[in-house]
Design a protein around this ligand. Sequence first.
Ligand code: C2E
Ligand code: MG
Ligand code: MG
Length: 762
Amino acid sequence: MPRWCRVHAQELAGALLVALGAIWLVAGLSHVYAHPVIGWLPLPVGTALAAIACARAARDDRLDPGTRRFWWHLTLAGVFFTGGTVSNAFDAVGGPVPSQQVGPVTVAFYLAVLGIVIWALLRLPSWQRSRADWIRFALDACMVLVTVGALVWHLSLRDHERWMAQTGSAGPMLAIMLSAFVGVATFVKVGFAGAGRLDRQAIHVLAVGAAIAASLGGMSPFFSERPYLSTSLVAVPVAALAINLAAARQRFNGDRTPGTRTASRKISLLPYFAVAVTDVLLLSTGTGDAAETTAMQTVAVVLTALVVVRQILALRDNQKLVDELRGYQKRLTHQATHDSLTGIANRALMEQHVDRLIAGGSRFHVALLDLDDFKTVNDRLGHHVGDQLIGVTSRRLAHVVGDRGLVARLGGDEFTLVIPAGCDAEALVREVIEAVGAPAELAGHTVITAASVGLTTARPGDDPAEVLRRADVAMYAAKTAGGDGWHWFDAAMDQAADADARLAAELRRAPADGQLVALYQPIVSLPGGDPVGAEVLVRWQHPVRGLLGPDAFIPLAERNGSVVELGDWVLREAVQQAVRWQQRLGDRAPERISVNVSARQLADPRFVDRVAELLTASGLEPARLMLEVTETAVLAADLATEQLHRLKALGVRIALDDFGTGHSSLSLLLDCPVDVLKVDKSFVSGTTAGRAGAIIVRNLIGFTDDFGIDAVAEGVETTGQAARLHEAGYQFAQGYLFGRPMDAAALEELFANRVTTGAAAA
Ligand code: C2E
Ligand code: MG
Ligand code: MG
């Protein structure tokens, strides 16, 4: 039999028993029963059915433990209820004549049922959490119970004496009042404190059932003339049916989450309602009955006390709420004005502070501090070490500056100091730079960093943005001067900065405007100086400034990102030129063409595809293309090493340019697929040339041999240098001695005249 059928069969049986009870009772009004016990038979059947329904719900393992426990409680209540009905029947028809007397055993059974139901309700999980919530709930519940109690007392009082005589004790009245309470208590509990995951429909059915049963019980005096009848004959089946239906509802709805509600702290209308009801009762109580007057007075006093306590609690709650709100607001303000990583002031607070100082007409200095190697630390040791470095730096700044000024973090590795005019800003900045430069132990690494600081003095009429801009310009000047130092802002820097900005804008258009020029410098083999390859070196034919070298615009292009387009132009130019040379010079053509790749290009994930595309489009053999990267470019991006491997897989050759000038180590050679090492010109002809340079140059060749890497010496200017390099073991060189960067035609001529010995080609 499907589950819903069983469910309905039980509900139908319960309803049938109610109908039988009602018919028996009504028929009994005009007929004296010879066998009144028949009327009592449906009662234990109904309550037993109810107990079984509850047990079924309790065994339903889709329900949560709290809900199942409730239904076990109700099963127990059903058992006691059955015991009560049997005992009740015995009281009524067990004697020589039918009676409406209710014995103490029956009363005990019924009271146990009520106690268990109330207990079950209270045990249901509540949404109330704190002790205060519970106190509030208890007060509300007491208010409702006192009011309802007063009401019931008032209404049933008239027949009090007669009823006591009729039933033989105060027990039945107590039971009826209590079952009315259960109905009310159910609503109170569910309405004010929640009922966990118990089915809401089930709760409502229970409450309505209890209320109907109580009202039917209250009709007892109408049957005082007919001792063979009892309102229990209908009231009990109704209560049993309600329990039955509730359990069926629960099983039918299963564990569907009842709508969750949170405890509301709204000011409750309940106390006012309770007071109003009691006032009405008080006014309608006649002066005649002293007992009733005393009772009503007591109710009024108790209720007043409850309401007063409840309202005091509400006031206290409100005060707490206001305090909480204030704290929350304070936290919000703190969050809005402080840096989340370091807890020091943020840009917003710094700007407010600067605004106030400017408005107050005070003179003060602003320093902008930027760490010199932050990006490297982040890339090599990871962001968590980078974050720790920021934390350490902020603590050092706060410690050194103390109450001499305001320290704020602008974001990234940038900090500002706002220093009052009375303070020696230069001395403070010197202290700051020293403190920040001290080694720090971070996650097992000793990190040494340095800072560049720009200083400016705020003038009347400034705004925070302008002051910061000047400090920023000065900071860049300090960085350009090599970092680890500080610089005051001066107006000349502004002009330089403006010129830079203009130049940067022009540079973006340079490739499209046809202002870029590719020059080629030969790479030769030693000792003969026969050209074997060429490096493309870019120039910018600026309409006003004339021909500019890469040092004048590559760093700028690197900063504003236009180096990606620029580099793309150079790469395409070089690839196409190499193909042209191959067509025109045949095996005299340069074996290899070198192209410089910037950090930004290497960091661009599309770069490898672009190279592949250009190679395919032009038909240039990949091995004829050499890409020159610097150590710094490789270290700047996480992606770089991976990109180099992908390029290598294309068949392109990789050169490590300017080797020896970065602070990286030889370990880079292990990670990166390097084919050629270009030893920087400073070791050959520049500042480091000389004894030390000579030693480095000599030793490098030893290990490039071990790694199977070719070495190219850059910046060879004299025959003496060339001879020494050859002696040291260098097979390739590049420098003014063999040829300056020249245009494509000049290089073509150079290669056209070369003596192609098979060796050079190899
Ligand atoms: P690099 O790649 O190391 O290029 C060699 C530089 O040394 C060139 O300077 C070249 O003219 C110079 N040079 C060659 N022989 C000698 C010599 O005997 N003595 C001296 N003192 N210098 C010599 P250039 O053309 O000014 O380029 C400077 C740097 O600009 C290049 O250094 C390279 O890093 C960068 N660069 C040039 N073209 C490009 C380009 O298309 N893209 C990118 N990203 N960077 C480029
Ligand atoms: Mg180069
Ligand atoms: Mg170089």
